[in-house]
Design a protein around this ligand. Structure first.
Ligand code: UT7
Length: 326
């Protein structure tokens, strides 16, 4: 059984926060943010908007494109590090919002690689016959876990969601492979310090000592990100007997323009075959690849039989790739 992407969707908050506006809030400049990251603006969720809000909307758009009803879904996997609640899973809330009454639903924690890890699990469910129609979502509201007094991190992240529908298929055009990797040795280079069992939200010190927020050793993460994305991409190419010249479009995790350029250069993929939209959205973690995939799809950039390479890297560390014969 092959696995085909039959629908894509994305949803973003309406509110745009520009670098110029950040200049008014913290000690930073548009010039620093642009040259160090490539980011110009990001979307920020409003009061009353949650991770499930955007996840469900992205899912509705993907379902509409696939032409299937929510009740037909067998499985919902949602990658996120910013769930609505620690429990129940945001996937269960999305199931309820969609009316996907026949689906099993769960969240997956693999930070910025969450969408690729989700694809990998969905692929296996479908190939083994355990599911026929699967919804995979990456959704985040990172603006609620960044420290808005820390210029090292708060300029980098944004909110949003992307989703795909995967279905079993006998046809040729399909998901060719997924590869996932973890390196727990570096878990504390990128993590949210508070609200879990180590620094519980119920302990006043967690807030007082600003341990509730996302923390990142940016420079170290940068180096590992380039190496990890290269390794995951090479694994995908080798597994399919392809070289980088066969790739029509690479859609990398959108964390930093310099990470994307360095990875593409190492792989020998020219910049015109690399999809970049982080200037609009910043780093949306697990949502970045499915948002980009949906944009590329709706722009008509993806043509039948194109080889599309997705590659991600994130906290954990986690990293991975997916190769699609569109
Ligand atoms: O999503 C998956 C994983 N995440 C990533 O892949 C992110 C990986 N890391 C990065 O993208 C980059 O490391 C950053 C964009 C976070 C930082 O870029 P960098 O070139 O590594 O800068 P740096 O951390 O070495 O900082 C350079 C300087 C520092 O000043 P000093 O100590 O050299 O005087 C910072 O204080 O830039 C300063 N700085 C800022 N200045 C103005 C840090 N943030 C800002 C800011 N505005 N927002």
């Amino acid at each position: 059984m092959n696995v085909r992407i039959t629908g894509t969707g994305s949803a973003l908050p309406g509110k745009i926060l520009t670098n110029a506006e950040l200049e008014q809030l913290i000690d930073t400049t548009d010039e620093w943010i642009t040259t160090r990251t490539g980011i110009k603006e990001r979307r920020i969720a409003a009061d009353g908007e949650y991770t499930s809000t955007f996840a469900a909307e992205a899912a509705r758009r993907a379902l509409a494109m696939a032409g299937i009803q929510p009740e037909e879904l067998d499985l919902i996997i949602l990658g996120t590090v910013t769930p609505d609640f620690p429990f129940p899973s945001t996937a269960c809330i999305v199931q309820d919002l969609l009316g996907a009454t026949n689906a099993t639903a769960f969240d997956l924690s693999a930070a910025c690689s969450g969408f690729i890890f989700g694809l990998s699990i969905a692929e296996k469910y479908i190939r083994t016959g355990a599911a026929r129609k699967v919804l995979v979502i990456g959704a985040e509201i990172l603006s609620r876990i960044v420290d808005w007094e820390d210029r090292n991190t708060c300029v980098l992240f944004g909110d949003g969601a992307g989703a795909v529908i995967l279905e079993g298929s006998e046809g040729d055009h399909s998901l060719l492979s997924t590869h996932t990797f973890s390196n727990g040795e570096y878990w504390n280079l990128l993590y949210q310090q508070g609200s879990g069992s180590r620094n519980p939200a119920t302990d006043s010190r967690t807030l007082d000592e600003r341990r509730i927020y996302l923390a990142m050793a940016g420079n170290d993460v940068f180096k590992h990100a380039v190496r990890g994305m290269e390794e995951a991409a090479v694994k995908a190419l080798d597994a399919n007997g392809l070289t980088s010249s066969d790739i029509s479009l690479m859609i990398p995790h959108q964390a930093n323009r310099r990470i994307i350029d360095a990875t593409a250069k190492r792989l020998g993929v020219d910049s015109d075959r690399v999809f970049v939209n982080l200037h609009h959205y910043g780093n949306t973690s697990s949502a970045s690849i499915p948002i980009a995939l949906d944009e590329a799809n709706r722009q008509g950039t993806l043509k039948p039989a194109n080889k599309i390479l997705l590659v991600a890297f994130g906290g954990g560390f986690t990293y991975g790739s997916a190769l699609i014969d569109w």
